[in-house]
Design a protein around this ligand. Structure first.
Ligand code: ADP
Ligand code: MG
Length: 401
């Protein structure tokens, strides 16, 4: 295998050694796949409303170093978990009574999903290794799914990013049981170095958007509790559905909040209870902000980017009501650092991460300021990640897919 960097070469050697240690066997048939995490620059709570998002794959990734097996047995060890994964691909089913198997469910779900599409899969022995912190909002789950899909596929399937993303999303939604949109999997599949991806979550049409030179993306984890996250997420989804149902009585062309513009919403706002109207305000304005962000990125208009990021955070805080004191504090701290272009919460909310666009030379000051000020204000420990936008899932040491 040809490594692209000395660091990759070290990682390959370590993982190949771990593979031999766990399963024995020779090295001649070892294969390696990788899939990245992702960050979303703009567009939160728009994906399940058929709207726009602007994610990018990042240079923190998950690898699987493996040897194919002739039978249908999948045996994986993860360097991030003491629990082994063992799956028989001829015994997969959606039986609701089947016990949850932790991270093995992501792998089994992908195998199940590949089979649903009639794609050829095979067994393997492998080692999983990830640089993506799990549960930090950088989508380690989609990375695991995409890497597993590439490893399980028997032969070059030539699958395009949208197909790969959809089958991985189906694995997480229907098999693992997490009601997720398609953004994470799409970004992990379609990423391109230095580019964000403008994705239409309804049509899955996408295009790349170049990040201006000299800008870096910084993600900072608030490290705050997220008990409310799942219940509030489900509540917001239901509220959006309610808004659509109420509006569709008068405006039949509205099949989702994606179909509303600001003027139409203003005209029919009185059909909605006040809190539901605020949810719609957020989704409609956030979709517009995704498109405005693309324009500003392509024009290199950093002041405008700052205004859009501030408006997005304010909308998530006051209209969608999914921010938290910890997220607000971290955004406050970040935007006060010279060289920070914009900062806002991202993800489901109630804890989780903020995302910042930062001039490259200001990254160390931003990290130091968050690490100093945030614990002082909240009593919580932050984790700060400076990331580059990177390529999507593929094989290591070979042409992509
Ligand atoms: P996120 O996708 O934001 O990181 P999720 O809760 O969606 O958080 O997914 C995290 C889960 O994905 C973990 O709890 C684990 O089950 C699985 N996972 C991701 N990466 C790995 C890994 N390297 N080894 C084992 N499990 C992993
Ligand atoms: Mg996830």
């Amino acid at each position: 295998v040809i490594a692209t960097s000395p660091e990759d070469q070290d990682r390959i050697e370590t993982l190949v050694r771990a593979l031999g240690g766990a399963f024995g066997g020779g090295l001649d048939t070892v294969e390696i796949v990788r899939a990245p995490g992702r960050v979303n620059l703009m567009g939160d709570h728009t994906d399940y409303n058929d709207g726009f998002v602007l994610p990018g794959a990042i240079d923190l990734d998950t690898w699987i170093v493996y040897r194919p097996r002739p039978d249908g047995l999948v045996r994986l060890r993860s360097r991030q978990s003491p629990v082994a994964c063992e799956v028989r691909i001829d015994q997969l089913s959606l039986d609701p009574a089947r016990p949850a198997q932790g991270w093995a469910d992501y792998v089994a779900g992908v195998a199940w999903s590949l089979r649903e599409d009639g794609l050829p899969i095979r067994g393997l022995d492998g080692i999983v290794d990830s640089k993506i912190p799990p549960g930090a909002g950088l989508s380690s789950s989609a990375a695991l799914e995409l890497a597993a899909a590439l490893a399980l596929l028997d032969g070059p399937a030539g699958l395009e990013a949208p197909s790969l993303a959809l089958l991985a999303q189906r694995a997480e939604r229907d098999y693992v049981g997490v009601d997720c949109g398609v953004m994470d999997q799409f970004a992990a599949a379609a990423g391109l170095a230095g580019q964000a991806i403008l994705l239409d979550c309804r049509s899955l049409e996408s295009r790349y958007v170049t990040l201006p030179d000299g800008l870096r993306v910084v993600v900072a984890d608030t490290g705050s509790a997220r008990e409310l996250r799942v219940s509030a997420y489900n509540e917001r989804r239901a509220e959006c559905g309610r808004a659509v149902a109420l509006l569709a009585e008068r405006v039949p062309s509205v099949a989702s909040l994606r179909d509303l513009d600001e003027a139409t919403l203003r005209r029919h706002r009185r059909l909605l209870p006040a809190s539901i109207a605020r949810r719609a305000d957020h989704v409609v304005s956030e979709n517009a902000r995704v498109l405005a962000t693309v324009t500003a990125l392509e024009a290199g208009d950093l002041d405008e980017l700052g205004r859009i990021f501030a408006a997005s955070h304010e909308s998530l805080r006051s209209a969608y009501e999914v921010s938290s004191p910890a997220l607000d504090a971290m955004v406050d701290i970040a935007v006060a650092v010279p060289g920070v272009v914009g900062a806002r919460m991202t993800g489901a909310g109630f804890g989780g991460c903020i995302v910042c666009l930062v001039r490259i030379e200001a990254v160390p000051a931003l990290a130091a300021t968050i690490e100093r000020e945030y614990p002082r204000r909240t009593g919580l420990q932050p984790r700060v990640y400076s990331v580059a936008l990177a390529d999507g899932a593929g094989r290591v040491g070979r042409p992509r897919r």
